[in-house]
Design a protein around this ligand. Structure first.
Ligand code: G3P
Length: 229
């Protein structure tokens, strides 16, 4: 079965990545300067560890820290040389960023345009060749706007104009935001390990399992299903 939606972990916490990627259908990891500053002292070692944990079949998105297009491009080239074909450089959607996106795409480097807040920013990133645009859902909600609605508008715009750039929605605080974005055209989401668990959890699922176990044990004690087969 082909997976239409990609799910990324938005963290640099190696233990969280190891645990969640061992259970959930995770397609890769995204980081940003804030995430790296929060989670690690040795950025190089941490990124190498993440790269090893996720392996060659999953994707690693790392953001530039430079101010100019040429510097962003230089950072992207250096990171691609280290992290390989499944590396995506995250480039902020600024004037220098647009220029850097073009430079990176001309050098065959995968690009995620990040810190996107409007459909027109997304369109400019796409026109410059970005593979993904990353709208920040919760941050949009926090400025009394509607992150899911922004994704819906980007999706419609890309569809009407036959733009192939995909939408990687980021900045989530709850399950409803994640559901809203994938239901409105996001091709990928990047979420925390905690939120990933929240996507799965339901108290009635837990209760149903408790009821199954209790009904079974009343009749069959500690025997298991395969003891009868
Ligand atoms: O990676 C960018 C984005 O996920 C930021 O999320 O939670 O800091 O708004 P947040």
């Amino acid at each position: 079965m082909s997976k239409l939606i990609k799910i990324f972990l938005d963290t640099a916490n190696v233990e969280v990545i190891r645990e969640i990627a061992g259970i959930y259908p995770i397609d890769g990891v995204t980081t940003n300067p804030s995430v790296l500053a929060k989670e690690c002292d040795n950025v190089g070692d941490t990124l190498m560890s993440i790269s090893k944990i996720i392996g060659e079949d999953r994707f690693l998105h790392v953001q530039t820290t430079a101010a100019t297009a040429q510097e962003m491009f230089a950072q992207a080239k250096k990171m691609k040389a280290v992290f390989g074909a499944n590396f995506y450089v995250k480039i902020p959607i600024t004037e220098q960023g647009l220029k850097a996106i073009t430079l990176c795409k001309n050098a065959d480097i995968n690009v995620t345009a990040t810190a996107v807040f409007t459909p027109m920013q997304a369109l400019l990133a796409a026109q410059s060749g970005a593979d993904y645009v990353a709208p920040y859902i919760n941050r949009i909600d926090n400025i009394v706007s509607d992150g899911v609605d922004v994704v819906a508008h980007i999706s419609k715009l890309f569809s009407v104009q036959d733009v192939k750039t995909r939408i990687l929605a980021a900045s989530f605080k709850n399950v409803q935001q994640v559901y809203g974005t994938v239901a409105n055209g996001a091709h990928a989401v990047t979420i925390s390990g905690e939120l990933c668990k929240e996507l799965l959890f339901h108290p009635y699922t837990e209760k149903s399992l408790d009821d199954f176990r209790s009904d079974w044990e009343k009749k069959f004690g500690k025997r298991e299903i395969t003891d009868f087969i």
